[in-house]
Design a binder for this molecule. Structure first.
Ligand code: ADP
Ligand code: MG
Length: 709
């Protein structure tokens, strides 16, 4: 082994034993390209094969046995899409039937002369005892590891045991892994070795702590370097125009909250600098971010700049266009809407290029290459987590002045403090932690579907009869309005809840709509029409044509529709202050953050608002729902969410680039604090980035996806 010439972890994984072109291709698809990727592809869990028993000793329940396997065969079950693989496991005391479902590869996994460990459930099925769906590992592998066997996530035909085989083939190369950070020499290679070849559980925990630290170090370092880079850029100075802004504020139909004033002040201060602002405006749902955005835009326009405001959907772009045009009307700001549906785009784009338009509000269409600005000074991004970083970067290139535009991102997803310090460490943050006065907390209740008739329908009737906040034009019920959220569009659709906290894909079943089955938007709409014959009930979902969606949204906003049955397309940002009841069907299928967002669609006016979380009632309501019932504080709920779910999922929700936290827990404040301190120390020495070249290279990749300017 050669210690002098340390291995370059950024080489292609193909340099490793056992990884030929075909395997490399599969690995690449799983995001494993380099040697580093391969070593950092950590086990997702461990099987504990310690203390196997003999087959004769087996009792029903979870068991570990050791033996040889034969008579393996796979057959198709009568049920469609199901295959059954069967075999017999023997040891010196007896034999047991083994069964796997939909794991055809098991027929190829075993060599008949070798010993394996099996861990599974021993049970009585169809009158026979069997071992059902056991995990399995080669005895020699298990015994090296003292019984702890890593389980890897399978990728494109490579199963956990294949990964195990591949990593074992590179076992002696761990010694060549160079240090990454200025910490105790060798700790990196030891930690990696121990997570792949553990002997005792405590080893794994210590190793994972180090790897978590390493990961946080990288993130924090990338964020800090981004901030530095950003500070090197030049931006146009936008002077604070006190008299005009005062006039704008005086003409608002309401008084700004202190939080809104403070945020605006922080923003104006930023834009007075010659370096680009990179600020995130965080405000819980309904905290009034739009008016802050409008003021910011106005300020930039007053200074002779153009402004682009990006929204994640056409519905929201239009709503912003309406809302902000209204706020800015009479102030001489030329405003335009540019979405996929906009007619005569060429003419509009020409106007934008000539600065005939001051403020353009739009969706992705704004990012097409031929939209040029004459003097883009400010970009506002609503719900920034819905935008890819590439899209943001594209927009940054649109100012021919060579100066970077100021950037204001807005989000209603409260970001826990630990994330603010790490992933969002390159941003300045303003927080609207105060709701406009007069808002009452939204009364939230968990009820079972069966109770709907008694507890929910009367409430709906009452809401629809209550005096509207605004004019209820053409509304037969002349009252307040209701959102009803369902997951699917039509019967037969498969809805994936996996991304937001639900475990499995749920198939929408035909037939009646009781139980935990998800009732489709259309069907629910029809049913509600029957229950409330006097009400106008319409549906909305993401697969409708944009024009149709807009029409429905328009009618709902004007008060013409009483009940809007919708998928989560209404989730973010939609603002209809006369809607005061939110029903979320199948509430357990959503994550906490999303439920909070959905709930935030109501209670936006001065009237009392309600949110009903419908559950099947088959099981106890989840912790998520109970938390939601108790609290309306988005920041508190975000902290709870972070604790309840993995960081990966929170990260996923925020979609901050393509990064994923492999191992670190963002709720581990101790490790975060240490990493922060060490990064600051690290940056004090300007030579460090040269000295730690692998780290520098890793960071530059992070930076590409986190840089906002
Ligand atoms: P969000 O932060 O969720 O985007 P919006 O900007 O849509 O919130 O504001 C929610 C509602 O509150 C809007 O109808 C807006 O007109 C109103 N609003 C905003 N600021 C205030 C305020 N200071 N006082 C009263 N109402 C306000
Ligand atoms: Mg909003």
């Amino acid at each position: 082994m050669c210690y002098n010439e340390a291995m370059n972890l950024l080489d292609s994984a193909e340099v490793l034993k056992g990884i030929g072109p075909r395997t490399a291709e599969i690995l690449k698809k799983a995001g494993i390209k380099t040697v580093r990727d391969f070593f950092y592809n950590l086990p997702r869990d461990y099987d504990n094969y310690e203390q196997p028993i003999s087959i004769a000793e087996m009792r029903p329940g979870k068991v570990v046995i050791r033996g040889k396997i034969d008579s393996l065969s796979t057959k198709k079950a009568r049920k469609r899409n199901l295959t059954i693989t069967e075999g017999v496991i023997r040891d010196s005391t007896g034999a047991v039937r083994v069964v796997w479902f939909n794991q055809n590869y098991r027929t190829r996994q075993f060599a008949p002369e070798k010993d394996y460990y099996f861990m599974g459930t021993y049970e009585l099925k169809f009158g026979r005892f069997q071992l059902t769906s056991p995990s399995a590992a080669l005895a020699t592998d298990v015994e090296i590891g003292g019984g702890l066997t890593p389980i890897y996530v399978a990728h494109g035909g490579l199963k956990s045991h294949d990964f195990r085989r591949l990593i074992t083939a590179s076992k002696d190369r761990f010694a060549e892994i160079p240090d990454l950070l200025p910490v105790k020499p060798g700790v990196r290679r030891e930690s990696l070795y121990k997570v792949h070849f553990p002997e005792i559980m405590t080893d794994i925990n210590v190793a994972r702590d180090y790897l978590a630290y390493e990961e946080l170090f990288e993130l924090i370092l990338a964020a800090k370097l981004n901030r530095r880079e950003n500070e090197k850029l030049k931006a146009e100075v936008v002077r604070f125009n006190a008299s005009k802004i005062r006039e704008f504020v005086a003409k608002l139909p309401f008084k700004l909250t202190n939080a809104q004033r403070l945020a605006a002040w922080e923003i104006f201060q930023n834009m007075e600098q010659g370096t680009p602002m990179n600020r995130l405006l965080q405000g819980d749902v309904g905290s009034g971010k739009t008016v802050v955005a409008a003021m910011t835009a106005y300020e930039a326009v007053l200074a002779g700049k153009q402004v682009a405001l990006l929204a994640p959907t056409a519905i929201l772009a239009e709503q912003h266009f309406r809302g902000i045009s209204e706020l800015l009307s009479g102030f001489g700001v030329q405003t335009a809407l540019l979405t996929g549906a906009t007619k005569n785009k060429a003419k509009l784009k020409k106007q934008i290029a000539e600065q005939g338009i001051d403020l353009v509000i739009g969706t992705h269409a704004l990012l097409t290459d031929d939209t040029e600005f004459k003097k883009l000074g400010l970009v506002i991004i609503d719900e920034q987590h819905r935008f890819g970083v590439e899209q943001r970067q594209k927009l940054m290139l649109k100012s021919p002045t060579g100066l970077a535009p100021h950037l204001l991102s807005m989000t209603a997803t409260p970001i826990p403090r630990s994330l603010q310090l790490t992933i969002f460490g390159d941003l300045d943050i303003s927080i609207l932690n105060e709701l406009p006065i007069g808002r009452q907390p939204i009364e939230t209740k968990i009820i079972t579907e069966i109770d709907s008739q008694e507890k929910l329908y009367p409430k709906m009737q009452e809401i629809m009869r209550m005096a509207p906040d605004k004019k209820g034009r053409g509304n037969k019920m002349h009252g307040q309005q209701i959102y009803w959220i369902c997951k699917a569009i039509e019967d037969g659709d498969t809805v994936s809840g996996a991304t937001r906290g639900a475990k499995k894909d749920i198939k929408v079943k035909e037939g009646h709509n009781g139980g935990s089955e998800i009732t489709s938007v259309k069907k629910r709409c029809k049913q509600l029409r029957e229950i409330f014959p006097k009400a106008t009930v319409e549906f909305l979902h993401g697969k409708m044509k944009p024009a149709d969606k807009d029409a429905v949204m328009e009618r709902f906003a004007s008060g013409e529709i009483d009940i809007l049955v919708s998928t989560t397309v209404v989730e973010v940002g939609v603002d209809v202050p006369n809607a005061n009841l939110m029903v979320i069907e199948n509430a357990d299928a959503y994550g906490l953050a999303q439920l909070h967002q959905l709930r935030g669609r109501v209670g936006r006016g001065s009237a009392k608002a309600y949110c009903y979380l419908l559950t099947s009632g088959d099981t106890q309501p989840s912790r998520r729902l109970r938390e939601l019932e108790k609290s309306s504080d988005g920041f508190h709920l975000a902290e709870v969410d972070l604790k309840l779910r993995g960081p990966g999922e929170i990260y996923g929700v925020l979609q901050h680039g393509a990064m994923d936290l492999r191992i670190a827990s963002l709720s581990d404040t101790k490790i975060i604090a240490k990493a922060q301190k060490d990064v600051s120390e690290f940056l004090k020495n300007p030579d460090n980035m040269l000295k730690y070249s692998e780290l520098a290279e890793i960071i530059s990749k992070y930076q590409q996806i986190t840089t906002l300017n």
